[in-house]
Design a protein around this ligand. Structure first.
Ligand code: NAP
Length: 276
């Protein structure tokens, strides 16, 4: 490893990513003279970027739309990528590259940070895309039961697990399942940007105050979090998961324990700038 290495994140869009600020803060706190840059790479441009810019980076994060495509470009992937079909972190060692998915560990660390233990929990996950697959992978060994509610029930049925059940978002049983959940997770974009006013909850559904509610959306309050607060629930948005998955990527690239408090501060500062 040379004294100064290059790290980064690829995606499209990428301008609003918090990762450059978050990792710059972690690198500075660790006393590493490395860089971390955002690379806007459109889907069709990935192979060329990989052979030119990508080969000069020690490691990088991968976000939409490349999380699946990158798994075909790396030399090998870890078991979490195998299970979830997604790569969010690449590490280069010499001429070889390895893909990792740090989202599941990031999700569990975020729950732990909030003091919620998912062991034996009844879980209801909204969504069956990449983020939901990471959440389900993390919770499968711990939860008593996981219900995956998705717009397309076929996508939810593709998720495999012993304790897993798939339902559609308009299933008549959903309000009762919301009431039964100890942990509710929104792993859909409902609540963000053009869906800012949309909640994954069925109309009129209420949540028990003991339920922990996690919305993976971050950067703004969502209808789900507002309802959950009104019901007296403890809630968490997606920022802590973002920070914790980034911390795990940082450990893989540097072998150094990151200063997570510095990463949190950098994210909050950047979010403030972006909201102006
Ligand atoms: P994805 O792979 O595209 O999956 C999107 C999921 O949301 C699918 O299940 C899709 O249902 C559902 N969906 C999309 N639009 C919908 C709508 N209008 N109404 C109902 N359901 C809808 O995306 P992803 O990577 O899983 O990301 C999902 C969310 O998690 C995003 O908001 C993302 O920002 C967030 N996220 C946060 C973190 C974090 O660290 N906090 C990490 C990863 C992702 P269908 O199957 O029916 O299309």
């Amino acid at each position: 490893m040379s004294a100064s290495e290059r790290l980064g994140v690829i995606g499209d869009p990428i301008a609003h990513s918090l990762s450059p600020a978050m990792h710059a803060a972690a690198l500075e706190a660790a006393g590493l003279d490395w860089t971390y840059e955002a690379h806007r790479v459109a889907g069709p441009d990935l192979p060329e970027w990989w052979l030119t810019v990508g080969r000069r980076l020690r490691g990088f994060n991968v976000t939409i739309p490349h999380k699946t495509a990158v798994s075909a470009l790396v030399d090998d992937v870890d078991t979490v990528c195998h299970a979830t079909g997604a790569v969010n972190t690449v590490l280069r060692a010499g001429h070889r590259t390895r893909g990792y998915n740090t989202d599941p560990v990031g999700f569990l660390c975020a729950l732990s940070e909030a003091g919620f233990n998912p062991f034996g929990a009844n879980v209801l996950v909204f969504g069956a895309g990449g983020a939901a697959r990471g959440v389900v992978h993390a919770l499968e060994p711990l939860a008593r039961r996981i219900v995956v509610a998705n717009r397309s029930v076929e996508s939810a049925q593709r998720l495999r697990g012993e304790r897993l059940e798939a339902v559609s978002l308009d299933d008549a049983s959903l309000p009762a399942r919301v009431r039964q959940a100890d942990l509710l997770v929104n792993a859909t974009p409902m609540g963000m940007r053009h869906l800012a006013d949309v909640s994954p909850l069925p109309q009129g559904a209420t949540i028990r105050s003991e339920t922990f509610v996690s919305d993976l959306v971050y950067g703004h309050d969502t209808p789900l979090l507002r309802t959950a607060r009104r019901c007296g629930c403890v809630v968490q948005d997606g920022l802590e998961m973002l920070i914790q998955q980034g911390a795990e990527s940082f450990r893989l690239w540097t072998g150094v324990e990151p200063d997570i408090a510095a990463m949190r501060r950098a994210c909050r500062d950047r979010m403030e700038i972006l909201s102006c």
